[in-house]
Design a protein around this ligand. Sequence first.
Ligand SMILES: C[S@@+](CC[C@H](N)C(=O)[O-])C[C@H]1O[C@@H](n2cnc3c(N)ncnc32)[C@H](O)[C@@H]1O
Length: 240
Amino acid sequence: MSDVYESDQLLSEYLLMHYGKHQELMPWGFGPAAAIGFPTRTVGYFPAETGARSLDLGCAVGGSSFELSKDSEEVLGMDFSHSFIAAAEEMRTKGHIDYRMLETGNKTTSATATLPEGARPEQVSFFQGDAMHLPADLGSFHRVHAANLICRLPEPEKLLRRLPDLVQQGGHLVLATPCTWLDEFTAPDKQPEDDTFTWLQNQLKGSFQLVSRHDEPFLIRETARKFQWTVSLVTVWQRN
Ligand SMILES: C[S@@+](CC[C@H](N)C(=O)[O-])C[C@H]1O[C@@H](n2cnc3c(N)ncnc32)[C@H](O)[C@@H]1O
């Protein structure tokens, strides 16, 4: 599996994407500001309920996990990257991380990631693991969140087959994907043959009802002058 998510550069980019202030993430007034706050917006698609048990698959540095903690009794955040999970754990225990943002060339400036207001880190735990081989004893959840994960998996169907066990009856699944299928992550024969939405419907029918679908932009700041602007397909499902 790719170790691209272990680099310092990606760690800095994801700390910024998950916890950065508007001005840090998009200093240009004419930039796509609507793409800021993706880790919060996807969690906003869960129906309001308190006391939920929540699972955040491919949680990266934990922004959505802390968002889920605001009204969840328990949140498990998991990711394959040791570096991301170490950062998420540091956010949980210390509430902040100092890091460097790349400006241009080798020039960096300092930044501090802080927990979102209302986060309840004491409700959250993180673990490193593989979303295609989750522990058998994880139990089931009211909410399962998997943002921009499935098109980074070598065998996405392994996770999709496990989802009916992970989501409790009546519980919700929020699945976001930019559909950026790449052979370096997912071999061509493991990628959807149809468009991604049709493939998801075929994979999940029988166990889930589609509640809604949305297009959500997100922004990754590489340098002060270079950004990735991408649109994720967000689907919301309820377990039968
Ligand atoms: C594109 S990032 C999305 C991160 C985060 N959910 C977000 O929306 O910002 C993909 C994430 O999936 C994680 N990942 C890749 N393969 C994984 C696997 N087999 N199991 C769990 N996480 C994985 C990466 O480490 C990375 O954090």
